[in-house]
Design a protein around this ligand. Structure first.
Ligand code: GLY
Ligand code: MN
Length: 488
């Protein structure tokens, strides 16, 4: 009895102490609590995902500060960068589409929420205008990052609530010689300011992407790790989907399967709507309907990628769900595979995507002619109107301001994606009509050459056929070890 009484008194006095401390420190306790949830993962809230010192998984506060320093080096004197966060697009009145942050805003701040504006200048450093959530917003959408988080988590030199923007930004704009803003995401919040409009009128407003794409083009070691992880998830997911295809030759089911497998491995979202084209749908380059069954004997072309903590993957494989390539499919497949491999051997510092593209056109047009598919070079573009590849990073077609003529550097990631897309009505032997094939890999340029980030996803005819025939049925995540063994 005495022990029980002592326990009760002890508990009561602890409660009293907690209450007193809360009363004594008042706001401070409240603000610490607010910071514990800033609307996105932190090392405190997601220790399984993030290390101390990271602002987003895999990227430290120092790296974000370094990015801003490098952007300031590119930013002319007395210039200002105005970087808007992406808007939330609404499906209906209160139902939003999935949110994806603007890549420049994420690259510079690490902040993953909508509604903010970041301003970077030589005098002000990083100045973040943060959205203000009402209790009603918090009830419906949860906590968000405010000005405390801007300073303490995102390390902004200055932070203000959005409502102060009209008092502060016009003066900053008036004092600036030039303004750089992320044109694609520009918002009326600042574009409607008289000071901004005056600056635009006298041609002082430029595209920020000409500077940020320069920085984002070459990946840091931390970014390369995330790119590798994102590629590895996409490869594993695509392999599982290939196994699934024999039993479920249906575009929609394969699209669902690949998305499931990516998200089960930690991806936040798909990098783009997967392209799952069976038979002639494979010759529609960005086919997105994914609503047909795949006929026995047809190929399926799958172009997929996922996004992992801001970094995307992008790869394509084409295979026959029935388990064997027909002879005409194999002839064309061999040509695309040879082009994929030969272009890859050109990957090294100093070569450009454009040079590889020209080489791929040479190889493909020669091959198409030998197969009797192409009679005249002027029709080449009807069989393949795409570039051999593009830069890859936070966006699928990343750093688009950097010309494809630019000599590659170590740390740049590109895709190599030769293909053939033969319309059903194309004037060529009937057996080739309606065939679409693309083989796309991600390649990291290194000091001495290249590293294929999607190399674990099989692409040899014999390898694909044996996987489909020997390992397909009943294989799922639970049998992952045997799948790994089969592909190694
Ligand atoms: N995989 C999408 C594209 O390269 O356009
Ligand atoms: Mn691509």
């Amino acid at each position: 009895m005495q022990i029980l009484l002592r326990k009760l008194l002890h508990t009561m006095s602890r409660k009293r102490i907690e209450f007193d401390v809360f009363q004594a420190v008042g706001r401070r306790t409240y603000s610490t609590r607010k910071l514990a949830d800033i609307g996105q993962p932190t090392p405190a809230s997601h220790p399984q995902l993030m290390k101390e010192g990271e602002i987003t998984p895999g990227i430290t506060a120092e790296e974000y500060i370094g990015r801003r320093e490098r952007l300031l080096e590119l930013l002319p004197e007395r210039s200002l960068a105005i970087i808007a966060s992406a808007p939330v697009k609404m499906m209906t009145d209160v139902v939003p589409y999935t949110f994806r942050q603007d890549a420049d805003y994420l690259y510079i701040t690490g902040c993953q929420q909508p509604g903010g504006l970041a301003v970077l200048g030589h005098e002000c450093g990083l100045c973040m205008f943060m959205p203000e959530a009402t209790p009603h917003d918090i009830l419906w959408q949860g906590q968000i990052a405010g000005i405390d988080a801007a300073k303490e988590v995102f390390r902004a030199e200055q932070a203000y609530p959005m409502s102060k923007l009209y008092d502060i930004l016009p003066d900053m704009i008036r004092r600036s010689a030039k303004l750089f803003h992320n044109v694609q995401t520009a918002t009326p919040t600042y574009m409607d300011l008289e000071a901004f409009q005056k600056a635009a009128y006298v041609d002082k407003v430029k595209a920020l992407s000409s500077l940020t794409h320069e920085l984002r083009w070459v990946k840091s070691p931390a970014e390369i790790n995330l790119m590798k992880e994102s590629a590895s998830i996409a490869c594993q997911a695509l392999l599982q989907t290939m196994f699934h295809s024999k039993k479920y030759p249906n575009e929609g089911m394969l699209s669902a399967k690949v998305e499931y497998e990516c998200k089960m491995r930690g991806a936040q979202r798909m990098a783009f709507n997967p392209v799952v084209g069976g038979g002639p749908n494979g010759s529609v380059i960005h086919y997105f309907r994914n609503d047909q069954k795949i006929n026995d004997g047809d190929l399926v072309l799958m172009d997929v990628g996922c996004e992992l903590h801001g970094y995307v993957s992008d790869l394509t494989r084409t295979w026959p769900p029935c388990g064997s390539f027909s002879s005409e499919q194999e002839e064309l497949y061999d040509l695309i595979l040879k082009t994929n491999k030969e272009c890859m051997t050109l990957c090294k510092p100093g070569t450009s995507i454009h040079q590889m593209h020209n080489y791929s056109v040479e190889l493909l047009s020669k091959g198409f002619k030998e197969l009797g598919i192409l009679k005249n070079d002027k029709f080449y573009h009807q069989l393949n109107p795409t570039s051999i590849g593009h830069y890859l990073g936070m966006d699928v077609h990343d750093s688009s301001m950097i010309s494809c003529d630019r000599p590659l550097k170590p740390g740049v990631v590109i895709t190599i994606e030769p293909g053939v897309y033969i319309p059903s009505s194309f004037d060529c032997p009937e057996r080739y009509q309606g065939i679409g094939i693309r083989i796309e890999d991600e390649v990291l340029i290194t000091e001495t050459g290249y590293e294929v980030l999607t190399g674990s996803m099989p692409k040899e005819v014999k390898h694909i056929e044996s996987l489909l025939n020997e390992y397909s049925l009943g294989i799922g995540m639970e049998n992952h070890k045997s799948v790994r063994a089969a592909t190694s």
